[in-house]
Design a protein around this ligand. Structure first.
Ligand SMILES: Cc1ncc(COP(=O)(O)O)c(C=O)c1O
Length: 398
């Protein structure tokens, strides 16, 4: 079936409509940084499935590793040893900090695991030590714990009562943080280092380091939600590397397995005993297919030159976009790091997303008026420039 109208009819008849109005296109094939719809029309992908397909479509090493794994075995169970899972955990540890990993299937589940670990940690200190601080405009996922950690009332609406024990503080406000830490028994703080769904809001370096140092001094765990920012997206393997901090826990998903559903919570060694036998688990988490994908992703992103390329493409993109800002009164601010870029407009951005689609460019709009650009990290300069030309064309139309 490749008739768009038929797909749309089936979708409307059989699916929950929780994604609102899907854009009227079905992508049926991808190649490097290009997507193709069911009519054969070509698009430059500036979204990567929301920071997921970071290696682009059809990366030969990744595809070969998955094919091989499918031929051998896809899944057994977490009752048995799994060499791919152990190697994937080692790859995360070797490339962040020496610690322990628990594999899950998505970002929300990675945060769920971090929240459970933080609560266990709090209980190990004092039975009243359960408060978790998060920040306004944050996004941590849609399951109950992760949704409750999310500092955006719209995400909670209609699902109450949400999980108690979360405090939402203004982002980049040191005083508010200090006040809560002095008044409540806080076990953890969870934060994105660049808020993705909140509109590509980059955390102040001074604020992050203040929160981290205060947390360390008060035995509070620092959880960095790297679900959108990790795996090279910001020009370093993990966004926390831009700051002088060493998180107690990082949570990963999205680009972790380049599109195979996978998530991970990676924590410092000192927390090992808190998640003992029977404390947490999942059927699919870390299965052979997912972890073969993760191993292949780390093989590729840790190769010499991979991050240099991301940083070079980032410079090209920011330089063109800053120039564009001086020519387009619609653009009020350009922000972000690496290839995690937000273009704030003085109006709602959805019409630009639609225009992009018509013109052969896939972009997205977040926080109503921020256009988000997150191309595959492997995008070549020529394609990046062509995509930005289309971007300028659609933004200039006003
Ligand atoms: C920062 C952040 N945390 C958590 C999540 C939730 O991840 P998932 O949709 O895989 O559950 C997202 C998804 O957009 C995210 O951007």
């Amino acid at each position: 079936m490749n008739n768009l109208e038929t797909v749309m009819k089936l979708d409307k008849e059989y699916l929950f409509q929780n994604y609102g109005n899907r854009l009227p296109v079905e992508f049926v094939r991808g190649e490097a940084s290009f997507l193709f719809d069911s009519t054969g029309k070509e698009y430059i992908d500036f979204l990567s499935g929301i920071s997921v397909v970071n290696l682009g479509y059809g990366n030969p090493h990744f595809t070969e590793a998955l094919h091989k794994q499918i031929d051998e075995i896809i899944h057994t169970s977490n009752w048995y040893f799994n060499s791919k899972q152990a190697l994937a955990a080692k790859a995360i540890s070797d490339n962040s900090f020496k610690g322990r990993t628990l594999f899950v299937n998505s970002g929300t589940e990675a945060n769920e695991a971090a929240i459970k670990l933080a609560r266990k940690y709090g209980q190990s200190i004092d039975s009243d030590c359960y408060t978790i601080i998060s920040f306004s405009e944050s996004f941590h996922g849609r399951t109950f714990g992760a949704m409750s950690a999310t500092g955006n009332k719209k995400i909670h609406t209609g699902f109450g009562p949400i999980v108690p024990g979360f405090e939402y503080l203004p982002f980049n406000d040191k005083e508010a943080f200090l006040k809560t830490v002095s008044e409540k028994k806080v076990c953890a703080v969870i934060t994105e280092l660049i808020q993705g769904e909140g509109g590509i809001n980059v955390a102040d370096k001074e604020f992050v380091e203040f929160v981290y140092n205060t947390a360390q001094e008060n035995d509070i765990l620092f959880i960095a939600d790297e679900i959108q920012t990790g795996i090279g997206r910001t020009g370093t393997l993990f966004a926390y590397e831009h700051f002088n901090i060493k998180p107690d826990i990082i949570t990963l998903a999205k680009g972790l397995a380049n599109g195979i559903p996978a998530g991970a919570m990676h924590a410092q060694e000192k927390l090992l005993e808190l998640l003992g036998a029977g404390s947490h688990g999942t059927t699919f988490g870390g299965n052979q297919l997912a972890t073969a994908g993760i191993c292949a992703v780390f093989d590729i992103i840790t190769k010499n030159g991979f991050l240099d390329h991301v940083n070079k493409m980032s410079e090209v993109a920011f330089s063109i976009l800053n120039q564009m800002k001086s020519e387009c009164p619609n653009i009020t601010q350009i922000r972000g790091k690496g290839l995690h870029i937000g273009i704030e407009l003085n109006k709602n951005g959805m019409e630009f997303v639609n225009r992009g689609l018509e013109a052969g460019l896939v972009i997205n709009c977040t926080a109503q008026n921020v256009l988000r650009i997150m191309p595959p990290l492997t995008i070549d300069e020529d394609t990046l420039r062509k995509g930005l030309d289309i971007f300028k064309y659609i933004v200039k139309q006003g």
